[in-house]
Design a protein around this ligand. Structure first.
Ligand code: FES
Length: 125
């Protein structure tokens, strides 16, 4: 189930919730009720998905092909399939499964009690 990520750096290079690197994105309760949570962070749409272990992951929301909304895609085996032309991405890493696609930008996540926070900037790789 959900770990409390708030009190440590999980290797993504960001600090804790109070570091100024994060915005409140929603709640875990909401996320469990829906397929994804979606909102704009500094003008870019970001989606949070749950993997098969119920761990949340945040990725840019637009497909690298023609910008379709990946939050409307099908998720199976931790892979989201774009609803428009079926390019695929690993929801835990943003890595493209479709070989000619660039990877999606991934954002860091922190959890404090039921609140879910997403990094303002993507994780540098
Ligand atoms: S817009 Fe996603 S595969 Fe074409």
């Amino acid at each position: 189930m959900f770990d409390d990520f708030d009190s440590f750096d999980d290797g993504d290079g960001f600090g804790d919730v109070d570091s100024g690197d994060f915005v409140k994105f929603g709640t875990l309760t909401e996320l469990k009720q829906k397929k994804s949570l979606n909102r704009k962070i500094i003008g870019k749409w970001v989606s949070v998905f749950l993997d098969e272990n119920m761990e949340p992951y945040a990725l840019e929301m637009s497909c690298k092909h023609q910008g379709a909304n990946l939050a409307e895609g099908k998720i199976s085996n931790n892979v989201v399939t774009c609803p428009r032309h079926f390019w695929q991405y690993d929801i835990r890493t943003g890595k493209a499964i479709t070989e000619y696609s660039p990877n999606l930008r991934k954002h860091a996540i922190r959890i404090r009690e039921d609140d879910l926070y997403v990094s303002i900037r993507p994780v540098m790789r």
